[in-house]
Design a protein around this ligand. Structure first.
Ligand SMILES: [Fe+2]
Length: 241
């Protein structure tokens, strides 16, 4: 399948725990391209006291990567700047003042929680975002035991206005049988909105949308797979809620 989107990855070099060098970043982009990906939202971590790379540095590295990607891979690979925002009490303020970017300049915010987060904290952050005009996407929702344990939690978050993202590796079973089963159930109940690679390197946690698309097409059909990997992500870059 062509013209896929990857909406969650750590490819901008030297700004978080993702790609270390420009060379590695370009190789990851090449891997994405070979998987059929043509649009990528690059989402470096932002997390207080852990990942606080100055915004200007991220923008500089992004511009440089974009320039090199156009020169070596080609201009049909579209790159957008985003952010994986680790939720905190003042995130609405940080986003509203543009201290940190949303997804591709849209109202969408890729929102991460701590693994041990409780549901009520997540729900409150989601509610806060939505009530201020943002559209939260819960990053790798399969990773939070307190949220995933009860499908009613997921329904509640979606009712408030959140979208749900899982990692390709989780669908493929790389995080174990239970997580794979959870992802399957999410798909069967039509509660999944996005899949991202969440790739960090060229050797482990690599770009892997190709095999995931293949698997999903077999299990869920072509129309469903196109919706998850193309049509839903298009709504982000076109900023349609
Ligand atoms: Fe991530």
């Amino acid at each position: 399948m062509k013209n896929l989107f990857d909406i969650h990855c750590h490819i901008i070099p030297g700004v978080d725990d993702g790609a270390r060098t420009m060379e590695m970043a370009l190789k990851m982009l090449q891997m994405e391209y070979e998987d059929g990906v043509r649009s990528i939202i690059l989402t470096p971590h932002y997390r207080r006291e852990m990942f606080e790379t100055p915004k200007e540095k991220i923008e500089r590295q992004f511009a440089l990567l974009k320039e090199k990607s156009e020169a070596t891979i080609g201009s049909d690979l579209r790159l957008y700047l985003g952010c994986e925002f680790h939720a905190n009490m003042s995130m609405v303020e940080t986003l509203s003042s543009r201290e940190r970017p949303t997804m591709a300049g849209s109202d969408y915010v890729l929102t991460e929680f701590s693994q041990a987060t409780d549901f009520s904290f997540a729900r409150e952050r989601i509610y806060d975002l939505v009530s201020h005009g943002f559209i939260p996407i819960v990053a790798h929702v399969e990773r939070y035991p307190q949220i995933r344990k009860d499908f009613e939690n997921l329904e509640a978050l979606r009712e408030i206005g959140a979208y749900l993202q899982v990692n390709a590796g989780s669908i493929l079973g790389e995080e174990g049988f239970q997580i794979r089963r959870f992802c399957k159930k999410l798909m069967k109940n039509d509660m999944l909105d996005f899949v991202g690679s969440d790739c960090h390197r060229t050797n482990k946690r690599t770009p892997n949308l190709g095999p995931c698309v293949e698997y999903m097409e077999k299990k869920m059909g072509k129309a469903y797979t196109e919706r998850i990997f193309i049509r839903n992500p298009q709504k982000i870059t076109e900023n349609i809620g």
